[in-house]
Design a protein around this ligand. Sequence first.
Ligand code: ZN
Ligand code: ZN
Length: 266
Amino acid sequence: MVRFLSLSSGSNANCYYIGNRKSGLLIDLGVGVRTLKKRLAEHDISFDNIDMVLVTHDHIDHIRSLGSFTERHQKPVFATKTLHSALSTHFCTRGSLSGCVHILEEDVCYKSGRIGITAFAVPHDATQTLGYHIDFEGVRFTFLTDIGYPTEAAVKYASMANHLIVEANYDIDMLLRGPYPQSLKMRILEDTGHMSNDQTASLVRRAFHPELKSIHLAHLSRNNNTPKLAFQTVSDALLEIGVRVGEDVILNCLPRTDSSEIMDCS
Ligand SMILES: [Zn+2]
Ligand SMILES: [Zn+2]
């Protein structure tokens, strides 16, 4: 049985788990190690199950605890050479990853037993940002967070997924009318910022295929979005192509600060 759990998804902390009874992996490590242990235990997942950590990019909400984790637990950390180079000087990870560095080539599938991992570049304002396509014992996941706009590569990898975890960061009206300073609004809106609900809806509509079983909306902004708006925008876009949420595909919003329900993805 392959299971998926979001341990936290938002601009404070990001961390996601995929695994079975024997092994598992994390995507990003933005929550504290104590919180990670507690939340895994709450979902009956052994901490010893974690065999590796994949890193999307060098923003603090994704790597806050990566250094302290590897110092204590010495698990391989997967990223491209460019991203590892940035991690080697970042204050969260500097001097902590030696012995744990594992380099991935972009768009090349790395195989570890029955797990296949493919990293691909996405536009975002970090040193480098990666999306991931993960084949975990035949169950295919695509991760797209953080990402400025839906690129062709993002649509391609999303259209290969059985389970899609994709950012829906902001509602455009809430962002424009909201309290953020103009410079921050521009940063979010840029092609190297985050995706709006409309952009996520467009990506999902282009990538949908009958083998896509679930869509999880990630990294929702506290100030510029609501789960209801994100859900409705994506749900409406799917309905336009005849896909009914709840019948043809599962759609949900991942909690910003808590863990999600654990999902059986087999
Ligand atoms: Zn982020
Ligand atoms: Zn980021």
